[in-house]
Write a protein that binds this ligand. Structure first.
Ligand code: NDP
Length: 335
């Protein structure tokens, strides 16, 4: 059983040397358990918080010298549970960075055994898509004709937010790193415009791209990008606060601006609301129905960056913070 383990807690940005690859024995399931073979591993920014020895993430910290946790799509190899049979395809919340895992079946979601693109169950049809859909519709409450700005627009969540925003009739402006990515966001993800935050004069370009101001800002990034966007928020704007990836490696903007930020919430009656996808799973089947409908009708495209082989997981994870991915980042393991 090949595993990726964390050998030391990253200082700042993660580096490949924080991880190690270990080969061990395939575990045997006891009564009431089953053996899973992971086929796809989801790599997500929140994992960086779990690498710290603190509770600054919404999930528990990773242990050192143990396999890292993470969502996967897996095949049941051997089952000693009545509810699952050999060959079943499932989504796991935390079977992690390893080839095989033991499960008691709790928290698993079944997939059609012959699902054509199982990796989508981690992306557009999984927690990523759900995060985008719930955050935008429940907190953003988009209305046709409004202007929606999305940060980390080319990423897993952002690319779905923008496409849904367009389907709901918004003018959608993305913000992403680099001219190539921005071109992709417009040409392949159907945003109306996309601005490169690494190029100079972001505020000037934002004013041009959102001449009527911003009604919804779907926040994935924080930091300098948020600062540039904030002055353009309209009265009664909504801000689904999804993530602040620019600060996950420990470098955060000063808190000097917090008073002005809070004051703007009052003056402009801005609704800023944080959320965690896992707390809204009662809406998951509504999401699935709508998302499948859009996908089947060709109204929405699933974007993925697929990396082959568990050995590549550490470098791919490091790349999340350097913007190497577009769409959902997953590692494919051989079946
Ligand atoms: P992405 O696929 O968007 O990958 C991260 C992207 O963030 C990178 O590709 C990069 O794109 C951008 N980025 C990285 N570092 C910086 C930086 N310093 N400044 C600006 N941009 C940066 O990841 P996800 O879609 O999975 O996650 C997006 C956000 O949503 C994260 O903040 C995550 O924590 C959050 N999230 C929250 C959930 C919730 O329930 N609240 C659930 C799932 C995700 P670029 O090239 O454009 O810089």
């Amino acid at each position: 059983n090949r595993q990726v383990q964390l050998v030391r807690r990253p200082q700042g940005a993660p580096v490949p040397g924080d991880f190690r690859i270990v080969d061990g024995r395939v575990p045997a399931p006891s009564e009431g358990q089953m053996l899973l073979r992971n086929l796809y591993l989801s790599l997500d920014p929140y994992m960086r918080g779990r690498m710290n020895d603190s509770r600054d993430s919404y999930a528990p910290p990773y242990a050192l010298d143990a396999p890292l946790g993470g969502g996967t799509v897996a095949r049941v190899v051997r089952s000693r549970l009545d509810s699952f049979a050999e060959g079943d395809l499932v989504v796991t919340p935390d079977a992690g960075w390893q080839t095989f895992a033991i499960s008691d079946g709790i928290g698993l979601r079944r997939l059609p055994n012959d699902m054509e693109q199982p990796s989508q169950a981690l992306g557009v049809l999984g927690m990523t898509g759900f995060t985008a859909w719930w955050g935008l519709t429940a907190i953003g409450r988009p209305r046709a004709g409004e202007t929606l700005v999305v940060s980390a627009a080319a990423g897993a969540v952002g690319s779905v937010v923008g496409q849904i925003g367009r389907l709901l009739g918004c003018r959608v402006v993305g913000i992403a790193g680099g001219a190539d990515k921005c071109r992709q966001v417009v040409e392949e993800m159907s945003f109306d415009a996309c601005l490169d935050y690494r190029a100079p004069d972001l505020p000037v370009r934002l004013r041009e791209a959102a001449p009527d101001g911003i009604d919804i800002y779907f926040e994935n990034v924080g930091g300098a990008v948020r600062e540039a966007v904030w002055p353009f928020l309209n009265n009664d704007a909504r801000v689904p606060l999804c993530g602040l990836v620019s600060g996950y490696n420990g470098i955060t903007e000063g808190t000097g601006g917090i008073h002005a930020l809070l004051m703007s919430l009052i003056v402009k009656r801005i609704r800023l609301q944080g959320f965690m996808n896992a707390e809204h799973l009662d809406c998951f089947s509504d999401f699935e129905r709508q998302m499948r409908g859009w996908l089947d009708a060709g109204h929405l495209r699933a974007h993925e960056t697929i990396v082959d082989g568990l050995d590549q997981a550490p470098a791919a994870f490091v790349g999340l913070f350097e913007g190497h991915n577009t769409g959902k980042l997953v590692v494919r393991l051989p079946e």
